[in-house]
Design a protein around this ligand. Structure first.
Ligand code: ARG
Length: 460
């Protein structure tokens, strides 16, 4: 035989380049633990239904357990000739325990094996991603609570709009991540279904019990249809879609951090440990971490597009195309975990610069809407109030004065209903405090929102 796993019907060995070209061991070796776990469950089920003897099962489990330890000690040399992780492990098992090793693959195909391995692997990785996401959310919630009173300009069109609190802004980030967290858990439900037992595509003639295997591996149920089970990669696409949306959010946060850390904004200090210097300009401190996260978003979008395109038009059931699912999925996982770790460390360490935030909020006539609302409360129609305040702002621009810096006499020129109590609404503190309803920027609301976010996160 030309290949110990399938050489029987072949009359010449595989071309050396083709062997290397079709092999996946270089990247699927990272599935070794989950491959072995799946095999142990499969052998246990086979013994349960009488296809393997208990002695055979025990020898297989012992052998696989030893192989896992050898892999972890770095003693295993992977063979490209053996194509993938499944055949590498199986060949080693047979070297170790002889003919019994060749019985492991009874009632199974690499098609249902790989589909099972990726799901097991991805499920563990999802749990790791969820933990980092929780750490990031929690860090943002605590920072938001501490910064509930800190005033900064809120923007529309990147122009100063109305004052908000820094805590409120941070909780907006937190909301984006809370939705991502939900999406991740939703995706996990569809990852957590067992393909094993589908065999190559049609099921198997052995009296297997897929419920036993599902339960041993912690899957919620066996996949319903064998053709679908070996060919479905929706779960990988869903995870990558989750990751794309998450990174889109992280890129938006990154962009704000980069702007805020600039001398022009000067709203925050990014701790030195998250920045790097310039080899030519001695004064520089560059926000490399947020910039890199912003940049990595592009590669994850690319992986999403590559997985969607990989699956497009594939006929049932398994096709070798599917081997191409791994690198985009693995790189997405590595990228997401790296970005989340960097963010979970960095975001809570942002140091607000309240004086320059306040100063910036004051510069942009950010309480103009408050003045209009004040006029409305005194009986002026909103559209007229809008016009009056617009004229006051034009005067302020000319005089280089904020609304709060004008005298009562100056303000009265624009509307006679204005009284001394107008200064309560023209201050930034008054402006944010007045937005005192659920979802509003008032410091008390921010503290209450932080508490609700804490509870929602703990209840997850
Ligand atoms: N390395 C293959 C993959 O990743 C495993 C399944 C191979 N099955 C097959 N019939 N060639 O998809």
């Amino acid at each position: 035989a030309t290949n110990q796993s399938w050489g029987g019907r072949f009359s010449e060995p595989t071309d050396a380049f083709v062997a290397a070209f079709t092999a996946s061991i270089d990247f699927d070796k990272r599935l070794y633990h989950h491959d072995i776990r799946g095999s142990i469950a499969h052998a246990t089920m086979l013994a349960r239904v009488g296809v393997l003897t208990e002695e055979e099962r025990d020898r297989i489990i012992e052998g696989l357990t030893e192989i896992e330890a050898e892999i972890e000690r770095g003693e295993v040399e992977w063979s490209v000739a053996l194509e993938d992780i499944h055949m590498n492990v199986e060949a080693r098992l047979t070297d170790k325990i002889g003919i019994t090793g060749k019985k492991l693959h009874t009632g199974r195909s690499r098609n249902d094996q790989i589909a099972t391995d990726i799901r097991l692997y991805l499920r563990d990785e999802i749990d790791a991603v969820a933990a980092e996401l929780a750490r990031l959310r929690s860090g943002l919630i605590e920072l938001a609570d501490r910064e509930a009173d800190t005033i900064m300009p809120g923007f529309t069109h990147l122009q100063t709009a109305q004052p908000v609190t820094f805590g409120h802004h941070l909780l907006a980030w937190q909301e984006m991540l809370a939705r991502d967290h939900e999406r991740l858990y939703d995706c996990r439900k569809r990852v957590n279904v067992l393909p094993l037992g589908a065999a190559a595509l049609a099921g198997t003639t052995y009296p297997i019990d897929r419920h036993v295997t599902a339960e041993m591996l912690g899957f919620s149920r066996p996949a319903e249809n064998s053709l679908d089970a070996v060919s479905d990669r929706d779960f990988a696409i869903e995870f990558t879609a989750f990751a794309s949306i998450l990174l889109m959010h992280l890129s938006r946060m990154s962009e704000e951090m980069v702007l805020w850390a600039s001398a022009q904004f000067d709203f925050v200090d990014l701790p030195d440990r998250f920045c790097t210097g310039s080899s030519i300009m001695p004064q520089k401190k560059n926000p490399d971490v947020p910039e890199l996260v912003r940049g990595k978003t592009g590669r994850v979008y690319g992986h999403l597009m590559s997985l969607l395109t990989l699956m497009k038009s594939q006929p049932l059931a398994y096709n070798k195309d599917n081997q191409e699912d791994k690198e985009p999925l693995f790189d997405t996982l590595d990228t997401v975990k790296g970005c989340l770790r960097a963010f979970a460390d960095m975001a809570p360490a942002l140091v607000a610069k309240p004086d320059s935030m306040l100063e910036a909020a004051r510069r942009g006539f950010s309480t103009a809407t408050d003045l209009a609302d004040y006029l409305v409360r005194a009986g002026v129609a909103f559209r007229d109030a809008h016009e009056v305040v617009g004229k006051a702002v034009a005067y302020g621009i000319e005089q280089k004065k904020d609304l709060s810096e004008m005298s009562l006499d100056e303000l009265k020129r624009f509307s006679t209903v204005i009284d001394a109590d107008v200064f309560d609404v023209l201050t930034l503190e008054g402006s944010v405090a007045a937005r005192n309803h659920i979802g509003g920027t008032a410091p008390d609301q921010v503290r209450a929102a932080a508490q609700r976010a804490r509870e929602a996160l703990a209840a997850l």
